[in-house]
Write a protein that binds this ligand. Structure first.
Ligand SMILES: Nc1ncnc2c1ncn2[C@@H]1O[C@H](COP(=O)(O)OP(=O)(O)OP(=O)(O)O)[C@@H](O)[C@H]1O
Ligand SMILES: [Mg+2]
Length: 285
């Protein structure tokens, strides 16, 4: 494992590549290692999410609420998954665990093969900022900040310089068709535009995982179509998306549908009826 890491990183450097080319013995050893060790690492790394017997219990007075019970789920890089289930079935609890906002009572959560279930709060905050983009039903934008300032926020936590922050936030807002609304505050934007700002904020750090908890829950049906189309485009660009929704027609855009009931995975299967909107059908809010 360590050797693979060294090899894969060192070969990016021209000087070591030269040694590899010129020295036939090290060439042979390297070749064997790359052939037999690297593919396994790549297969492992393609699993963005791996949950092993994840449980989350809440203690309320003398009662124990079993919000999640021994949930086993794996999600591969670039999957688009819808999470469904009746109210109280554990969807938000699961999203909070996936987003490292909450730690499970028991079980293991591997994010990009890193066991995050036992990490400290500081480490979790760093993982959240680097690896995860959140989109919420209620947008969760700072009301007194402009769209640009809202989108720049994760980059401040990531220690990115001001100049780069502005450039990346502008580019990301332009990519969600908000180039002409960058200096508007949330109350000067429509619901769909607010959600697009929130999506830009989720994307600006180039996370490996986008978590969207009922992103269309507060939107009318026309605007919901616009937002789900945007998530489709983001998925097509190579992102992994987990989307919570109550609406079957929204879930039909995902490629896999997981249904929860009473904190247990009731059904997990590919969506054989994927609905997809053409970009030309997109209507600006
Ligand atoms: N902080 C908490 N303390 C105690 N119980 C909680 C807490 N958060 C959630 N629960 C309970 O855990 C269960 C799962 O809640 P969760 O919010 O995950 O459901 P949900 O599927 O997201 O529901 P909805 O569709 O209504 O948003 C519910 O029975 C809820 O009452
Ligand atoms: Mg919920």
């Amino acid at each position: 494992m360590f050797a693979t890491f060294l090899l894969r990183n060192c070969f990016k450097r021209p000087r070591l590549k030269y040694i590899y080319d010129k020295n036939s013995f090290s060439c042979f050893v390297c070749h064997i290692l790359i052939t037999f060790v690297t593919p396994k690492t790549e297969i492992m790394a393609s699993k963005t999410i791996r949950l092993e017997k994840i449980s989350r219990f809440y203690h309320v007075g003398s009662e124990i609420v079993k919000a999640l019970q021994e949930v086993d789920i794996s999600i591969t890089k670039n999957e688009f998954v819808a999470l469904m289930g009746p109210s109280g079935s554990g969807k938000s609890t699961l999203m909070n665990v996936l987003g490292c906002l909450d730690t499970p009572t028991s079980g293991h959560y591997f994010l990009n093969e890193l066991d995050v279930s036992k990490m400290s709060d500081n480490d979790l905050a760093e993982i959240r900022n680097k690896e995860i983009g959140f989109v919420f039903q209620t947008f969760n934008l700072l009301p007194r900040s402009t769209a640009l300032e809202n989108v720049m926020l994760p980059l401040i936590y990531a220690g990115v310089s001001k100049q780069v922050r502005i450039r990346r936030a502008e580019e990301t807002l332009a990519s969600v068709q908000l180039a002409d609304r960058m200096h508007h505050r949330p109350n000067e934007l429509s619901g769909g535009q607010r959600q697009r700002v929130a999506i830009a904020r989720a994307l600006v750090n180039k996370p490996s995982l986008i978590l969207a908890d009922e992103p269309t829950g507060n939107l009318d049906s026309k605007t919901s179509v616009e937002i789900i189309s945007l998530l489709e485009e983001i998925h097509q660009l190579g992102n992994t998306i987990v989307l919570v929704t109550h609406e079957e027609d929204i879930a039909e855009h995902a490629h896999r549908i997981i249904r929860l009931r009473d904190g247990i995975v009731e059904e997990d299967k590919p969506n054989e009826n994927i609905i997809s909107y053409n970009k030309s059908e997109l209507v600006n809010a």
